[in-house]
Design a protein around this ligand. Structure first.
Ligand SMILES: [Ca+2]
Ligand SMILES: [Ca+2]
Length: 444
């Protein structure tokens, strides 16, 4: 036993050493022996792309897709045989190749250490008043069948860009879009396909979807906007893995664009929830990834989509420093911090000047995969509260609403928390969905 442990330890030591000498060798999340996934950013000139592809394919590499991001920036998503070091150096030296990076898959922003497991409940369970998921969205807490004010998000579509949505969940299926649900991770090139199921085999996306818009149907839970339409845009597979390309394609799908950036449809949703992200060090690891994300977020914004994102789970106990992640820290993204049932910032909730608003994100009970329910924590859970509230604001505003107007309504009516006015822990304060949508102040 002792010897076995020693051997295991020494392998870890060698791996760590190799990884530090060859930073490319263990990036991308693929196994060390198999081909690994990389992102090649180019100036977009066809001869440059061709030279990069030739160099790659002569050495047994494979092009998965070429994405046009913006004039002067193309992204080639590739598989490179191991060890990739020399080939990638060669490609990086081609004039017009701007950057070579290991794939940068995003992470889901629930907190695995706080995952309380799946609680299967009886179908007749009705939302209890103790449910933290409803705290702060206006009181008294809405219960099944008792939604008042006439605002439910009806006619508004919320895209859940996530691990899919449990398509036959009795508390979600009534609100699921009848067409357009797409899978952007199980295709060969991570483009979005409506031919593949956008079902959730992981659980995170179903949880997020329920917080935003679980049905008001006398079972389970009720979402912030129980009359809104849910569009599933699956960018995480059933094991919770994703890729940079699937994010680009998924967000573009919501904005009505194809992977080449061409407008192929009006926007497919009015609100886009992103309970995933990267740490802010993405700007050092892959600067062109950040440029790419800002470009596609701006496309969505210009198409009339309200982008809402989890601020990140990189906060510290004292709430100091700037540790908001991407895409939350980008321009034109509403960044959501997490609070607990006492309206205090969750210690994991990221802080910084790009936090816009706060919402419940600790021990949130919502829908889960396989028809179940679960309690999860994270800024992942805070974000869809705001996405649901955005749907209420849009319904109330009627024709002529703009993403900027929706953002102003949400931040301008938030209940101030922490230090007076805007602060780096809560942004403008705790979401007040009712006041944001109706203009009527409620007692927190
Ligand atoms: Ca329900
Ligand atoms: Ca404040």
């Amino acid at each position: 036993m002792k010897r076995k442990a020693l051997v295991a330890l020494s392998i870890v030591g060698v791996l760590a050493l190799v990884a530090s000498v060859f930073p490319f060798a263990f990036g991308g999340g693929a196994s060390a022996a198999g081909p690994e996934r990389f992102l090649i950013f180019t100036s977009g000139d066809p001869p440059v792309n061709e030279r990069a592809r030739q160099a790659l394919e002569q050495r047994g590499g494979r092009t998965l897709s070429v994405m046009h991001i913006t004039p002067g920036l193309d992204l080639i998503d590739v598989l490179v045989p191991a060890p990739p070091g020399e080939l990638l150096s060669q490609i990086a030296r081609i004039p017009g190749v701007l950057e070579v990076s290991p794939d940068q898959p995003p992470e889901l922003l629930d907190d695995p250490e706080l995952r309380w497991g799946v609680d299967r409940v009886d179908a007749d369970l009705v939302w209890s008043s103790g449910g933290a998921g409803q705290a702060g969205i206006g009181s008294p807490s809405p219960r099944e069948g008792s939604v008042t004010g006439g605002l439910t998000g009806a006619g508004v579509t919320i895209a859940i860009v996530d691990s899919g949505i449990d398509l036959d969940h009795p508390d979600l299926s009534p609100n699921l879009a009848t067409s357009g649900n797409a899978n952007c991770i199980d295709t060969a090139d991570d483009t979005c396909s409506t031919a593949l199921l956008a079902d959730d085999g992981y659980g995170h996306g179903s949880h997020v979807a329920g917080i935003a818009a679980a049905a008001d149907n006398a079972i389970g839970v009720i979402g912030v906007a129980p009359g809104a339409t849910l569009l599933s845009v699956k960018i995480f597979d059933n094991s919770g893995s994703s890729s940079f390309a699937s994010v680009v394609n998924g967000i573009r799908y919501v904005a009505g664009r194809d992977s080449a950036g061409n407008v192929v449809s009006p926007r497919r949703a009015d609100v886009m929830n992103m309970s995933f992200g990267w740490s802010k060090s993405l700007s050092k690891q892959c600067p062109s990834c950040v440029t790419t994300l800002q470009t596609i977020i701006n496309e969505a914004w210009a198409a009339g989509v309200v982008p809402v994102a989890a601020a990140g789970n990189s906060g510290n106990k004292q709430g100091s420093g700037d540790n908001v992640g991407y895409p939350a820290r980008l321009t034109n993204v509403l960044a959501v911090a997490a609070t607990d049932s006492a309206d205090k910032r969750a210690s994991f909730s990221s802080t910084g000047s790009t936090v816009d608003i706060a919402a419940p994100g600790v021990s949130i009970y919502s829908t889960y995969k396989d028809g179940a329910y679960a309690t999860l924590s994270g800024t992942s859970m805070a974000s869809p509260h705001v996405a649901g509230a955005a749907a209420l604001v849009i319904e109330a505003a009627g024709a002529g609403w703009t993403p900027g107007g929706v953002v102003s309504a949400l931040t301008g009516t938030a209940d101030d928390l922490g230090s007076g006015g805007f602060d780096t822990k809560y942004g403008w304060g705790l979401l007040d969905a009712q006041q944001a949508a109706t203009g009527v102040a409620t007692t927190p």
